[in-house]
Design a protein around this ligand. Structure first.
Ligand SMILES: C[S@@+](CC[C@H](N)C(=O)[O-])C[C@H]1O[C@@H](n2cnc3c(N)ncnc32)[C@H](O)[C@@H]1O
Length: 374
């Protein structure tokens, strides 16, 4: 579907570290402006995807707990898409100090061990970081970054502004004190900082940076454009069973006048398994399937009736904005898993283009000016 932007990549100017790099969509998103010189992850399957697309020379297949900052190269940017399980509204909310999401503190420990912390940091996670427990997780992270000498603010960016997938994510951006953030190009409004969650946050913190970046103007592909036309359908009995999980009242919501493609998940509601379908023309948030569950289904309605199948790994990759040239090694499930908890590529790229790269430019211009003056 998409052409790989890597092909016409301009010379990268700035260096970056990609912590919890998974299948590498952050490295891919940053690539026009930042050259990732070090990345890590603990999943062997995702490491294979990362290596297949970005090489393995700079990739460290290691638990963050065993990483020492003294081993890392210097960089302008450090990005951490840390595990979301303890902040996800779908899971039990243990919070930012629970074992999995709490790995963010290991990231900070590694940064503390570097000769010099990068001037720009990004921590990315689910909305629960800002919204659960009155924003307690965000506030702890915000204060930890502020204490380390950064100006900090979160942006809430939903992948649906670029792709036919609902995927709201919080991007916490921190710029070292002294970076003249007033010199950044300004957008039209604080579109990535609106809503109740931000007004509540501002009541509790008086130093949230109002990051003001260009709003996305991308032409959003339709769900139909992400479909693999020749993907096979399973046996009739399997399809009939899954279609029988759609509630009668939902079946009536299908537009009888045209062919449609809808996405849905099987869920337990009131003790019964149902297939919940979206009727807004986009897919639900992709998740990491555990043991084959939580995979998204596609329902095709045509004049001759309904057909149903699981979404393919390539369709999942398209819904994350990965170019079709992005390699998905291993089985179907490996490919689907590699995409399930990745970062939507165009959302990260938008942030890189309109905030991280301008920040790197002003940060480095500032250092150059300082050096010339000495
Ligand atoms: C939200 S995903 C990051 C996705 C990635 N940025 C991408 O675009 O594909 C979190 C990642 O943390 C990794 N992870 C979990 N525990 C880890 C640990 N102890 N050390 C290093 N990585 C870990 C997971 O394997 C997973 O790939």
């Amino acid at each position: 579907m998409n052409e790989s932007p890597a092909r016409e990549r301009p010379k990268n100017t700035y260096t970056a570290l990609d912590f919890f790099a998974g299948s590498g969509l952050v490295t891919e998103a940053l690539s026009p402006w930042f050259n990732v010189v070090w990345a890590n992850d603990v999943s062997a399957k995702k490491a294979r995807t990362y290596a297949a697309n970005h090489g393995e020379g700079h990739f460290v297949f290691e638990d963050i707990k065993n990483i020492s900052g003294t081993q890392l190269p210097p960089a302008i940017l450090a990005w951490a898409s840390f595990p979301c399980q303890d902040l996800s509204l779908a899971g039990k909310i243990g919070g930012i100090h629970a074992p999995r999401s709490g790995l963010v503190w290991e990231w900070l420990r590694v940064l503390d061990e570097l000769d010099a912390r990068p001037p720009i940091l990004v921590a990315e996670n689910v909305l629960g970081l800002l919204s659960s427990k009155g924003g307690a997780g965000y506030i702890d992270l915000h204060n930890a970054l502020t204490e380390r000498g950064y100006n900090v603010g979160p942006l809430l960016i939903d992948a649906r502004r670029f792709l036919p997938q609902s995927r709201p994510r919080v991007f916490v951006v921190a710029a070292r004190h002294g970076i003249p953030i007033k010199q950044l190009p300004r957008g039209k409004d604080l579109w990535a900082q609106t809503g109740k969650v931000f007004s509540r946050l501002r009541e509790r913190l008086d130093n949230v940076v109002p990051w003001d970046i260009e709003p996305p103007k991308a032409l959003i592909p339709r769900l139909e454009e992400c479909i693999e036309k020749d993907a096979p359908f399973p046996k009739k009995e399997w399809q009939e069973h899954n279609l029988s999980l759609i509630l009668e009242k939902r079946l009536k919501q299908f537009d009888s006048s045209k062919e449609t493609i809808s996405a849905g998940y099987r869920r337990i509601r009131n003790g019964r398994q149902v297939l919940e379908i979206r009727f807004d023309g986009i897919a639900g948030c992709l998740r990491t399937p555990c043991g084959g569950s939580s995979k998204q289904l596609l329902i095709f309605k045509a004049a001759e009736g309904f057909k149903i199948r699981f979404m393919t790994a390539r369709e999942a990759a398209r819904l994350m904005g990965a170019p079709d040239s992005y390699k998905l090694p291993g089985t179907y499930l490996d490919g689907y898993m590699a995409m399930g908890d990745a970062v939507a590529m165009p959302a990260a790229r938008h942030l890189a283009k309109y905030l991280l790269h301008p920040l790197a430019e002003v940060a480095c211009a500032n250092v150059r000016k300082h050096q010339e003056a000495v």
